[in-house]
Design a protein around this ligand. Structure first.
Ligand code: SF4
Ligand code: SF4
Length: 444
């Protein structure tokens, strides 16, 4: 007979498909060491917009004491997924895992407004499709070169239109020519490795010069560089947005393509993509046909700076006389633990003065599509970063993620700063080719 006095076990607000794990949440001892590194807590000082508060909200939902309401979802939408809280946590709470599973639950169980749903769909369906991004190049080129962009900015229209429109305009990269990355770039001199190069989506359309520089550096260091032209999106944006099924489908395709390329190492120069690629084993853990292949794939993935640092350089570095401020991308420093490597590589360049930006664990506000769906918080973080960069009087800022490049360019511009922003690999490439900063910037 049932015990009438027993507390009924409330049903979880989550569904049964990989809900955020209670045992991971219970590792949180509420010490608060993570608070100072959390960008949203730093901005607003609100407990529920801190890692500790968000874990509490997950736990409440998991125990059926909170429902997935709009307000509850808002605290997770405002999270950048930057995982700055993880290295700060003495209890080893895997917040990255928790937030991805929570977002997948939100994607399945929460009904967003029609406008919000359409906005998110538009972003996902554009930024994960290189051919669609390529189609946008000409209209955007005309928008910039005919003076329409200047007119839009001078008109003050951005203040009347939804904030997302102004953010899209502010983040728009300058439409430079596209550099073609050959399917195979032979190693210069004796071949040491055969590597696969991820071309990315946004990067392929708008920052092809970064992949071109990556291929040149790798080839100079003795790698045959294979860049399969048929490769599609890696699915990182879908993973970070909780769209699990789309992320899995793209991961399977990329595994097929790169297995066929038969490479020793898989190189990425986009930190946000790299952190997702390294997690393919977990993403496809329920798929018996792909689980072992995904694990093997993930084990081969390296950020380009991580790879070059382990791979003793054999090519001479020529001087680049410049004051260089290094911005750590969150998905490189926190998610992949790659912090020392870009610094060491930059210090190998004669004449280069490396500058540290204060508050380096704090995100610049880029975070995938965050700056397009949470523009106010992203702008506040971008402004904060710009204010910290200004006193350094750097000639250039470098970073390891295309999203950070766009976010920093737009934040510096908004704060009337002219410091250019490049990818770290572009400076290494310039050094190997004997180019100075001026010629590198004029050829962008
Ligand atoms: S992922 Fe970033 S924004 Fe989210 S709780 Fe952790 S530190 Fe804060
Ligand atoms: S540092 Fe870790 S244990 Fe401490 S409050 Fe943050 S998540 Fe919890």
């Amino acid at each position: 007979m049932a015990n009438d006095n027993a507390n009924p076990v409330a049903a979880s607000a989550f569904d049964s498909h990989h809900p955020p794990a209670l045992d991971v949440m219970e590792k949180c001892v509420h010490c608060g060491f993570c608070l100072a590194t959390c960008p949203t807590y730093v901005l607003w000082g609100e407990e529920m917009d801190s890692p500790r508060g968000r874990i509490y909200l997950m736990k409440m939902a998991s125990e059926g004491k909170a429902q997935i309401t709009e307000q509850w979802v808002g605290h997770f939408d405002s999270c950048l997924g930057c995982v700055a809280c993880m290295p700060a946590c003495p209890s080893g709470v895997d917040y990255g895992w928790l937030i991805e599973e929570t977002r997948a639950q939100i994607a399945r169980l929460h009904h967003r407004s029609t406008l919000e749903t359409l906005h998110r769909k538009l972003l996902f369906e554009t930024f994960t499709k290189p051919h669609r991004l390529n189609l946008l190049r000409w209209p955007l080129f005309l928008y910039q070169k005919t003076g329409l962009q200047a007119l839009f900015r001078a008109s003050g229209l951005a203040r009347i239109l939804p904030k997302a429109v102004g953010s899209m305009d502010a983040l728009m990269p300058s439409m430079t020519s596209v550099e073609t990355i050959p399917a195979v770039t032979p190693a210069l001199g004796a071949q040491r490795k055969r590597v696969g190069l991820l071309l990315g989506c946004v990067q392929r359309a708008f920052l092809s010069q970064v992949s071109a520089a990556t291929a040149r550096v790798l080839a100079a260091e003795g790698c045959e560089v294979v860049a399969p032209q048929e490769q599609a999106c890696c699915g990182a944006l879908f993973v970070h947005g909780g769209e699990e099924a789309q992320a899995q489908a793209l991961a399977r395709k990329l595994i097929d393509v790169l297995e066929h390329a038969n490479v020793d190492v898989i190189i990425t120069n986009a930190a946000g993509c790299g952190s997702s690629l390294k997690e393919y084993g977990r993403l496809l853990r329920d798929d018996p046909a792909y689980a072992p292949r995904a694990k093997a794939f993930a084990a081969k993935v390296k950020d380009v700076t991580e790879f070059l640092w382990e791979f003793s350089p054999r090519t001479e570095r020529k001087p680049v006389r410049a004051r260089v401020a290094l911005h750590d991308s969150c998905h490189l420093q926190h998610a992949q633990g790659v912090r020392a490597q870009p610094r060491s590589l930059l210090k190998q360049i004669p004449g280069l003065e490396l500058l540290e930006i204060p508050e380096s664990p704090i995100c610049c506000g880029s975070a995938g599509i965050y700056n397009l769906v949470q523009p106010d918080a992203a702008d506040a973080l971008g402004n904060r970063k710009a204010r910290l960069i200004a006193p350094l009087k750097a000639d250039v800022v470098v970073t390891g993620n295309p999203g950070c490049i766009f976010q920093l360019q737009s934040s510096l511009h908004r704060n009337a700063q002219r410091t250019p922003v490049l990818h770290t690999i572009q400076l290494i490439d310039a050094s190997i080719r004997g180019k100075d900063l001026h010629s590198l910037l004029s050829n962008r």
